[in-house]
Design a protein around this ligand. Structure first.
Ligand code: SF4
Length: 324
C-alpha cells in the first residue's frame, strides 16, 4: 500500500531545481504545465502500473550499449531488461508478454548486428553518456545514446509502434533532438565548430496480432520472430538531418532560453508560480486518443484521484543518481 500523498504544491521546489531539467520535462511543460507540476515538481506517478515502453526501450538501449562496448562480443540470443519493480500489477497477460519480449528482443538484436556489423568495432566518442551542464544558472541534463567523431554524428535510439509517422522534417529545429545536439556542442571539444548529422535509429515494434493459425502463444511468438528475420528493413530504420552551428545557436537563443527564463521567473516570484507552472492545458487531456495519467485528479479533484498515485523518489529515474 503506497504512503498517503502529500498535498500538491504549486511552488517550484528546491529539489526540482537541484535535480536539473531534461528535454522531456521541458517538452512536457509546454504540453501542459500542470502535468509537468504533478509529474516533475510533485513527483507523482501512478501506483502499480508497469511501463512497457520503458521495459522494451531499456532492453534495446542496453543491447546498443553492450554490443558496442564489448566490440560485438555481446550474446545476441539474450536480452537484458530493466528490473521489474515490486508492487506492480501482474494480472492478465503480464507474464505472457514477458515471455514474448524475451524471445522477440533477441531477434531484433541478431538482425541489427547483421545489418551493421562494422558498428560493433567502430571507435565511438560517446556510448550512453549522461551530460550535465549549467545554463543561465540552471542545471540541464540528458543522456547521449551514441556519438561518433568520424564521421561526425550523434544518434538517438527510439522504439515505437508507429515508425511510419517519423520523418526528419524539422529535426534541425525540434526541441527533443536539438537539446542533445546543444548538449554535445556545449560540452564536447570541437562539436560547436562544424556541422554534424543527427540520426534517429528506429526500432519498430511488431504489430502482428495472434491469429487462429498461430494455434498457441508460443506459435504466435515464433511467427513474430520469423517476420523480424524475414523483413529486418521494415523493423529497423534510420533517419538523419544535418545540424549546423547556426542551428544550435538559434536553438539556444530562441527555444531554450525562453523556457529557462520561464522557470526562473516562477522560482524567483513564488506568487506567480501557479500561473506560470501549473497552468492546465485541457486540450492535451486526451491528445492522440491517450488519456493523461492525471485526468482523475484534474477532472474530479485531488481527493478523488489521489489513491491512484504514489510519490517517486527521484525526478529523473532514467538518469543515474538523483540530486548532485
Ligand atoms: S489531465 Fe489535462 S489539464 Fe490535467 S494535467 Fe493532464 S493534460 Fe493537464
Amino acid at each position: 500500500m503506497p504512503a498517503p500523498l502529500k498535498p500538491i504544491s504549486f511552488f517550484l521546489q528546491d529539489r526540482t531545481k537541484d535535480e536539473g531539467f531534461t528535454q522531456s520535462e521541458l517538452s512536457l511543460m509546454d504540453e501542459c504545465a500542470k502535468k509537468w507540476n504533478l509529474r516533475y515538481n510533485n513527483l507523482l506517478t501512478r501506483a502499480g502500473e508497469f511501463a512497457w515502453p520503458h521495459y522494451i526501450g531499456g532492453a534495446w538501449h542496453k543491447f546498443q550499449e553492450l554490443w558496442r562496448v564489448t566490440k560485438g562480443e555481446y550474446d545476441l540470443d539474450k536480452a537484458i531488461f530493466p528490473i521489474i519493480p515490486k508492487g506492480i500489477d501482474r494480472s492478465g497477460d503480464f507474464d505472457k508478454w514477458i515471455e514474448y519480449w524475451n524471445a522477440v528482443m533477441p531477434a531484433y538484436q541478431r538482425e541489427y548486428a547483421k545489418m551493421y556489423p562494422e558498428e560493433a568495432k567502430h571507435e565511438w566518442e560517446v556510448i550512453e553518456e549522461e551530460i550535465d551542464t549549467e545554463f543561465l544558472g540552471y542545471r540541464l541534463r540528458g543522456k547521449i545514446d551514441l556519438a561518433s567523431a568520424k564521421p561526425k554524428f550523434i544518434r538517438d535510439f527510439k522504439t515505437t509502434v508507429s515508425a511510419w509517422l517519423i520523418s526528419p522534417n524539422g529535426w534541425h529545429f525540434k526541441l527533443q533532438f536539438m537539446f542533445y545536439c546543444w548538449l554535445m556542442a556545449k560540452t564536447k571539444k570541437n562539436w560547436h565548430k562544424t556541422q554534424f548529422q543527427f540520426q534517429q535509429d528506429i526500432m519498430q515494434k511488431p504489430g502482428l496480432k495472434q491469429t487462429m493459425a498461430d494455434v498457441t502463444w508460443a506459435g504466435h511468438i515464433r511467427r513474430v520472430v520469423g517476420d523480424v528475420k524475414e523483413r529486418p528493413e521494415f523493423y529497423l530504420t534510420r533517419g538523419s538531418a544535418l545540424i549546423t552551428p547556426e542551428a544550435i545557436a538559434r536553438f539556444e537563443h530562441e527555444v531554450l532560453t525562453p523556457k529557462i527564463q520561464r522557470i526562473a521567473l516562477a522560482y524567483d516570484n513564488p506568487n506567480e508560480a501557479v500561473s506560470i507552472l501549473s497552468n492546465p492545458n485541457t486540450n492535451a487531456c486526451n491528445a492522440f486518443g491517450n488519456q493523461c495519467e492525471f485526468f482523475e485528479i484534474c477532472e474530479k479533484g485531488f481527493d478523488a484521484g489521489k489513491f491512484l498515485f504514489m510519490h517517486r523518489d527521484t525526478k529523473h529515474s532514467e538518469l543515474g543518481e538523483a540530486a548532485a
